[in-house]
Write a protein that binds this ligand. Structure first.
Ligand SMILES: [Zn+2]
Ligand SMILES: [Zn+2]
Length: 449
């Protein structure tokens, strides 16, 4: 308001007294409506100069412009320049007030202006970006008392400012909104945000603790863009080469996760609950505001027919080698039985010789056995989080990998695989590994006693 007053003042001083003299007729509403007014037929006629806008402002300033009065403007001389003057002043006012509408974080027009308790206003986005790093107002350094997830319900936008902005500069506002949208779009084809932290599995819940500022921003953008999806990749600390990508800091196959729930902590950290949608391979990657983004390609399994053909081929090949080795055994001289003591180690499954159904059955049997033994990794809390064991062999490996207490890198092969049979084999190999490790622990603690 101060800026507006100053501008009108300056304008009045530069306007010639003869410019656009207007006869302003102000009528009381009641008399117009034909109802006799207590103030009689009140018509005030005044001659003001400077155009309609400046004279209206002058009347308001004098306190003589009633809210419900009807005002008529008549130029005192024909060919008055009042319209030109009005446009000139309006343009001027827009220019000067616009500068006051700039956010001090992004230096753009306020987009969804949010006024903090300290009285400063920023774009909603900008407040979020500030909160990612600290909880202090960037202008006055007072502590910002906004909740970390400042959604529109918890802290609504400044209504007056929003109206002013939309009224004063609708085109610039539309452009500003467009720019913000383009920001989400990121780097063109690198349109998938990537969270390099762990493995995720299709159809299985993954819980993530988001505390790094760059990932807070990434998750918020994923939610605000409406997609609610992002890719999760396993870190590659030893920089093992990843196909065409080379020695990148992540493994190239990952899982697309869909955010289903999130909880913000007071300090800005958040816990998000996601569910795996599909697997993908990273084709290209880049960085956007500190986090990775990529162009991804969906990874799907081979068809059921191909799956069956694969199993049949493996089984028949196995049969042939068995027949051959039986022949060898028959011809060969009797040989020593291995003296190595393997009794302590549980026998590993020969996964290649097992049918897909048997592989699945072995996995299910292992889970049932461990549950019976009340293994910690199958506690009720774990089952509450990941759900009960799926009865579908397609879904089983994902669930199994999620609950199995083994290092993520050992489970990575599952993500790359394009066959259910292949994944069931990996699961059986993994369960053998768990059994061996448990045996070693038991032996170790047995020695201590
Ligand atoms: Zn801003
Ligand atoms: Zn402040």
């Amino acid at each position: 308001m101060t800026v507006v007053r100053e501008e009108v003042e300056r304008y009045r001083n530069t306007t010639e007294a003869s410019d656009a003299l207007l006869q302003v007729e102000e009528r009381d509403k009641w008399s117009i409506a034909g109802v006799s007014s207590l103030r009689d037929e009140e018509v005030r006629i005044r001659v003001l100069h400077g155009g309609r806008l400046a004279s209206t402002y002058a009347m308001a300033e004098m306190g003589e412009l009633a809210h419900d009065s009807e005002v008529t403007y008549t130029p005192t001389s024909p060919g008055s320049a009042s319209e030109i003057l009005d446009n000139g002043l309006l343009h001027h006012l827009k220019e000067t007030t616009r500068a006051e509408m700039d956010c001090q974080v992004c230096y753009g027009l306020f987009l969804e202006p949010l006024t903090t308790a300290c009285g400063h206003t920023f774009c909603r986005q900008c407040v979020h970006r500030v909160l990612d790093h600290s909880n202090i107002c960037p202008i006055c350094r007072r502590v910002l008392s906004l909740p970390p997830a400042t959604n529109t319900q918890q802290s609504p936008s400044n209504i007056l400012l929003t109206k002013l902005l939309n009224g004063l500069c609708p085109e610039a506002m539309a452009e500003r909104a467009e720019m913000a949208k383009a920001e989400y779009a990121g780097l063109g084809e690198l349109d998938t945000p990537l969270f390099i932290c762990t493995l995720g599995y299709p159809s299985v819940t993954t819980f993530l603790h988001v505390f790094e500022p760059r990932y807070r921003l990434m998750i918020r953008r994923a939610i605000e863009s409406g997609g609610r999806k992002f890719g999760v990749l396993l870190p590659n600390p030893r920089r093992e080469p990843q196909g065409d990508l080379g020695p990148v800091p992540f493994y190239q196959y990952g899982t697309l996760l869909d955010i289903v729930d999130m909880r913000f902590l007071r300090d800005g950290r958040s816990y998000i609950q996601t569910v795996g949608v599909s697997r993908f391979r990273v084709l290209k990657h880049g960085t956007l505001d500190g986090y990775a983004v990529g162009k991804i390609e969906r990874v799907d399994d081979i068809s059921v027919a191909q799956e069956e053909a694969l199993e049949a081929a493996e089984m028949s090949a196995l049969l042939r080698t068995r027949n051959l080795s039986a022949q060898d055994h028959f011809d060969a001289p009797p040989h020593h039985v291995s003296t190595q003591d393997t009794s302590r180690e549980p026998a590993a499954h020969d996964v290649d010789s097992m049918s897909t159904q048997d592989l699945f059955a072995a996995g299910v049997a292992f889970v049932k056995k461990k549950r019976h033994e009340t293994a910690a990794w199958l506690s009720s809390q774990v089952l509450l989080a990941y759900g009960e064991m799926p009865e579908d062999p397609v879904l089983f490996p994902w669930w199994f990998a999620a609950v199995l207490p083994l290092h993520e890198e050992l489970k990575y092969k599952l993500i790359e695989s394009r066959s259910v049979r292949e994944r069931l084999k990996i699961c059986v190999q993994l369960l053998d590994q768990v059994a061996r490790e448990e045996q070693r622990y038991a032996t170790f603690f047995g020695c201590l006693h």
